[in-house]
Design a protein around this ligand. Structure first.
Ligand code: RIB
Length: 312
């Protein structure tokens, strides 16, 4: 039986420029032609899960401009229900300015725009009760996140918070409503104040999040894969080695694919492996949603799946 996913998060129009290297402070450099394409961490994760076969509802906010309609049309093209995306008349749709270097690394600045108007009352109790899992990121207001997490937790739903971008001071009460917290290495350091130079450091920092009240921590560690830490164990799931072209939305693809597999009833281990395979395809293609693979592409890599290594 397949479960339903509610994503509460951002929708952005991404403006991406490829450069030979990142500019230094105060420096002007020339880049390639700018491209505009659908993005936003919330929308990317919703798109990935839906493209891979999950029933997804998206809640968020866009401006009443051409970009907002384009972003919703793109989500709907893979079956995402956008009836909980509100149109805000007086602000622009969220946008992101992305610089991608030769190695596929990126730097992103987000202009929140209409995402700042996403409120918890867009999501009724009936909608929350009808879903199996709720996935949030941090490009929408913190009070919206706190309210949705609390209500979803009270209804016994699986709550996943991808703390991106991560603030240094998340309220402790928020952690207690979260089943899965899924930072990348940088976000893990920001949330815990720990310096992470080694895999042991990452495990130590993740355990601090467990002490704050989170049930499970899943750290995305770039091309090293994903690290799952709970009270009993720490397992590293290495990722398949590929030549990265653009890492934008690799983490978002991982989230959508991992949750897709979990909501199909697959084991946590299998779901993380599935997420890694999907992300390993996304990094070989440019853009955010444009890089996300379909199910056949991920399943074709089944023989490349790498089993986890026990760290602790
Ligand atoms: O995670 C990648 C996303 O971050 C981009 O699509 C951009 O919109 C920002 O939200």
């Amino acid at each position: 039986m397949k479960g339903t996913l509610l994503v509460v998060g951002s929708l952005n129009m991404d403006a991406s420029i490829r450069v030979a290297r990142m500019p230094r402070v105060g420096e002007t450099i020339l880049g390639e032609q700018i491209t505009f394409s659908p993005g936003g961490k919330g929308a990317n994760q919703a798109y990935a899960a839906a493209k891979l076969g999950t029933a997804v509802h998206m809640a968020g906010a866009v401006g009443e401009d051409g970009f907002g309609q384009t972003l919703c049309d793109h989500l709907q093209s893979v079956g995402v229900d956008c009836s909980l995306v509100q149109n805000v008349p007086t602000v622009s749709t969220g946008s992101a300015f992305i610089v991608v270097d030769q190695d596929g690394n990126n730097s992103i600045i987000v202009s929140q725009g209409a995402n700042a108007a996403c409120t918890a009352d867009q999501i009724s109790d009936e909608v929350l009760q009808s879903c199996d899992a709720v996935l949030l990121q941090m490009e929408i207001p913190l009070d919206t996140i706190e309210s949705v997490v609390r209500r979803a937790h009270d209804f016994g739903k699986m709550v996943v918070l991808n703390p991106a971008p991560a603030p240094s001071d998340l309220p402790r009460s928020l952690y207690q409503g979260i089943d899965w917290l899924t930072p990348n290495e940088t976000e893990l350091q920001t949330l815990t104040g720990e310096t992470c130079c080694s895999m042991e450091d990452l495990v130590h920092a993740a355990q601090k999040l467990l002490d704050f009240g989170v049930q499970q921590v899943l750290v995305t560690v770039g091309d090293q894969g994903a690290l799952w830490v709970n009270r009993d164990q720490a397992l590293l799931f290495p990722s398949r080695k590929v030549q990265a072209v653009d890492t934008t939305a690799a983490g978002d693809t991982f989230h959508g694919a991992w949750l897709c597999a979990l909501l199909e009833g697959r084991s946590i281990e299998d779901a993380i492996v599935f997420g890694n395979l999907a992300a390993s395809i996304a990094v070989t293609r440019p853009g955010a949603q444009s890089s996300i693979p379909d199910r056949a592409e991920v399943e074709a890599l089944a023989a490349d799946a790498i089993r986890p290594i026990r760290i602790r």
